[in-house]
Each structure stands twice: as C-alpha cells, then as structure tokens.
Design a protein. Sequence first.
Length: 545
Amino acid sequence: MKQLKNKIIVAFSSHLGDEKNNEFIRHIDNTIGVKHKTVCYTNYNQFSLTEVYNNAILEHGEENAIMVFCHPDIIIKTQNWGKVLLNHFNHSDYGIIGVAGTTFVPASGMWWEDRSKMYGLVEHTNGISTWLSEYSPEFNGIKPVIIVDGLFFGIDCNKIVHKFNEDFKGFHFYELSMMLPNYMDNVNIGVTTSIRILHKSIGQTNPSWEENRKKFASSYKLPMRHVSEGKLRVLICCQFFKNYTGSEVSNYELSKELVKLGCDVTLISSMVGDPLHKKALANGVRVYSYANLPNYALDQEGKFHFVKNEREFDIIHVNHKPIGDLMLGLYPNTPAVMHVRSEVIPVFEVPIVNPIIKRYISIRDSITDYIRTFGIAGDKIVTIDNPFDYTRFNGEYKPTKNDKEVILFIGTLDHLRKNILFDLSKMTKENNQVLWIIGANNGGYADELANLNEGNQHVRYFGIKANVEDYIKKCDYTAGIFKGRTTIEGYLCGKPGWIYVVDKEGNIQSKVLQPVPTDVEKYRSDFSAKKVFSLYEEVIDETWS
C-alpha cells in the first residue's frame, strides 16, 4: 500500500539577514496548514544552490515528508497550501510539482522562450505595481511538464532518481539541471495552479547566468519536448457543431478518431452545443465557440489579440468558408487543408482559394469537378470518404420484416430537399410503400408532407433522432441527396439506397437505386481518419521541409 505523506520540509537559501529570514519562516508557519519544518540556509554566495539543496535532502529528508524548495522573496497567497500540495502528491504519481513550468525546452536552454508550451500562474511585483504572469489558464489537477521554475516546487525524495547537479555553480539553472535528467528517467513532473505565489522579484541575467545557460544547453540533447508534445496538434473549424447533420457528425467522428490516433484535437465552431459538444468532450476533444477562442482575447473594440507568442497548432482543418476565412486570418502561418462536402450549398461549401491551404478534401467525383472550377489544380485535391461509426452502423442485427416496404429519408428539411421529399411521397404512395422522414423541419413543410387530410397516411415524420441506426436497420431502402450520410450509413447496414442529384435550387436532375457496394469498409471512421492523418503528415512535411 502506498505510504501517504503527512509532513512538509521547507528549505530555502538566503542572504537577506536574520530579520527577513525569520519573517519568511513565520509566513510559512501562518500559511502552510500542516505539520512541517522550515530550514533556512544562510548563504552569502559561499555555496551554490545545488549544494544547499542536496545538503537539505541529506540532512532533513524524511520518509513521510515532501520537501519544498523555494525563494525567500515570495508570498504564498494560498491559505493551507501544504494540504493542497500533500493532496497532489498523495493522489498522483508525480515526483516533482511546481507552480510554473513547460513541456518544451528549446536549444537555447531558455525554457520560457516559447510561452505557448508553458503552464502556471505566478504574480510578480517590482515594489510599485503587481501583475499576473498567466502562462496558461487556471486548471484543475496537475499538468505534466518536463521542468518547473525554481521559485517554488516540491519533491518526493523517494521518487526522484537524480539529485541536484553540483557541477552547476551559483544560482542559475540549478533546478533545470536536476529536473531534466529526472524527466529523462521517467520521473513525472507537473504544474499546479491551485497554489498561488507572488514573487517579489523580476528575473535578470548576468555573466554567471549566461555561463550556466551555455553549460546547460551543451549538457543535454536540446530541444526536448514532453512526450505529449509529440502529438500532432490539429485545429478543426466548422460552422456548426451541435446537431446530427452530415457535416457536424462527420467532424465529430473525425475528431474522435484522430484522438485515438494520438492527435491533440481542438475544434472551433461558430455554434457549439449539445449533444455533440458533450460527446466530443467525453472523447478527449477540446471544443470552443468562436467567441471563446483558445489563446486569444477579445478587446474592448471587439478585436481578437493573440495572447501567446507561438503558433499553437501543426495543421488547420477547415470545413466551411465563413469560419475558415476567420481562422486562417488568425493563424496565417499554419498549413491547412479544406474539406468540401457539397457542390450545391452556397457560401458555406465554397472552396477558399488561399496559399495557406495545401490540399482540398473531396468526398465524391462531382465535388472534385466543382473544386476545379475555382482554378484549383487537380493534384491539390484528394478524395477521402466521410467517416462513419461502424459500431453503430453495421450488419450485426436481426432483420425486420415490414408489412409494407419502408423507404427512410434522413436529412434537414430545407429547400434543397423539398422536391426530393415530395417525389418520394408520390413514389411510395404509387408503389404501396411507407416513407419515414427524420430531420430538422427547417423548411416548415413537414406537416404538408404528412398531412392525413390529403391521404398521406403512408408518410411518417419523426423529427430529430439521435439513434438513426435503429431506423436504418428496420427500413428496406434509404433515400438521400447525392451519396450522402444516410446512403452510406444504409450501405453499412446492408440497405440499398435511392440517390437523388439536385441543382442549387433543389431541382431534381436524376435519381437511381444503388445496391450495396462490396467495399463498404472504406467508409469506417477509423479507415477515413487514418487517411486524413496521413494527409496531415504529408502537408506538414511538405510545408516545413
């Protein structure tokens, strides 16, 4: 059984004199809130911090205690912070926990160089004004990093592999030279924002700092990233992410599968809501509305300003032109791909012609031809089928025998689908069949379709349904616009489908009943996501090589 820590040993090195040292010790006593011991090492530059801290471990380390090393020029603003820290150590596998740190150390060794990789909240003061260094938003729990700042951190002496490296003299890079070797030997290092610190100092460099920086940079294979930093960071942007329309479900399925492939996925949409929002979060996808962008702040004039200083994503996946134009403007140096899912929906499905977009994803030949009309070369267009959840849509069910054949239509009842639905109503009536309809009644003609007074008893409108697979498995045929989601979901369940082709006004150009193809596996979400992932890697390599 894991032995819980119940005590904290605080050790600090100081040249401030007895009065200031005792004042700081009283501050620890008044704020820590747990059993503790505070040890002051009076040090007028005769010892390096690596020597002092190693002595503290040797002289005062205890089996049941966490050791805290800190600067004496801090104010710990969190009351009972000792309880918070012990709780973090006792209920995690972390060996080192601090209040500021990073997942990335660049070749220079200056770990604060890339603020987009930093975590933590630290207040600073110059004696006149006070400000918050917000390296990341406040968060619950602990964020894994590879080093933490030396102004305040705790260690579990039983978990660390390396003590402080006494080859580093003075007062600079003492913590990094201990933490990086521990991280490399699989010691978990983390940052918490649940302990708040005010630092009464502003970091400054000097010749000793520069000497230790060079020594540190040459001692380790830099740059070095946390293992989580190796993930491909994907930004998916789409106009809507709320309901079960084709593009919304496609983006949900893709983002979910990309997380399974090890990607760090963020989705941004103009309209965010449940049920898809909640489902995406449960599958590890971060979701934001455009008004609440990550790493951007909205000023009093309603303009966005980037609050970090590095690009946040490796690639952008654009789905619709309006939000795509906005996001490409915010991330002008990040390569992008664009998904086009229709050739008859103006505004939203118009390809963006922008050099940032390296590839265009089409889901069928007619869309490929449409994309080419914008002067986009054919070698920039790839065909990848929409992703479908094979755990929901499959042939593993007991077939239903209907009294009359059922044709199922799923889709938004809008102007593009109106002629299709009335044609289906007429056709099913003539053939003594039943028509089932599922989807949002945006066009307002659902009642007209299912009007019993006009003898349309064969038409049933179910409204919006989440469990559409239950209806597909019970029908005999599907029907839809182009080779869309319903057609393919029907294929996966073994159902042939009526495919309608319409123009931009919704006029029917053709209709045909298509049998189930033999290669339905290509529509599985995991299959499609792997193709998209490979495309991302190709674009990134091409951009930065």
